[in-house]
Design a protein around this ligand. Sequence first.
Ligand code: KG4
Ligand code: ZN
Length: 339
Amino acid sequence: MKPDFTILGIESTCDETSAAVLKGGKFLLSNVIYSQIEEHKKYHGVVPELASRAHAAKIATVITEALQNHPIDCVAFASGPGLPGGLMVGRVAAETLAAYKKVPLIGVNHLEGHLFACDFENGEVKHRLQFPLIALVVSGGHTELWYVKDYGQYKVLGKTRDDAAGEAFDKVAKLLGLPYPGGPQVSQQALQGRRDAIAFPRPLLPGTWEFSFSGIKTSVSYYLRDHQNRSIPDVCASFEQAMVDTLVTKTLLAAKKYKVPYIAVGGGVAANSLLRETLQMKAAAQGKTVYFVERKLSSDNAAMIALAAYKKLEYAQITGTPLQPNIDINPNMKVRSWK
Ligand code: KG4
Ligand code: ZN
């Protein structure tokens, strides 16, 4: 492949159908995202069967819009982790297109995509991440801490034992009668509340790098059961503070323990302002630099999938190592080093 190869990325792991074209590992020519929020809203969460149908209904349109007349040298799709139905739709679309265009097909890990998304600035890839870093990947389906030695060199330190952070935001929003997705709603309400009004727990699970958010959510539900005259803004502010304290404390502890100067935060919850401000401030006080994904690329998108594929292809090309196509879908795919 020529050095400035162009990749079409496809994302369909959860509730966004997306396609993007990335040229030369740098220029994002398109990034079309169809969000299924309206389909899932009345259920306060993603309904897998509805998600599969919506992906199937939209994927051709989204790809057509992203492709326009751009010539492509490769098709990449997120082969996991994610909902099986969505992954199947993504694979079939990607494989068909790659066969038709006679270009290689490559599957990439969706969570790796969330990390790579931190490399974009204003629609351009700045390749700005520096290593080693601690990555906090925090979304509606996942919450994980990784030690990252370089692009493609990972050690997973810990994951959530139960709810992902975004899932906890969504469930608390549901308890409060706020619409899905809950994160932005809870954050909005929290602006009017007192962050120290209610002492929700901070589950730090000392001695592990794991998370557990179901206890905070249960505390909120008990609080609501026992307090008829509660202030929704106070509940939201106190809950958000407990979530952020937990995420920030563990991330900074990991950065300290592994002696890394850099931290990267990706995934839907990375859009959270309190998380961004708190981590930024505390990390700076410890001399550490934080790379946050830009808000518009924090939730699921195909630009990050195309970039993850680019980095893998570039490495294979430079080193002459055979590329692992990784096209079998895997709903429980783990992050694996490829360097
Ligand atoms: O990365 P994403 O789009 O999908 C998954 O891969 O899961 O993340 C969606 C999640 C939802 O749970 C949503 O409530 C949460 O990200 N989220 C937020 C905020 N914006 C989105 N959580 C907290 N604060 C926010 N501002
Ligand atoms: Zn995601």
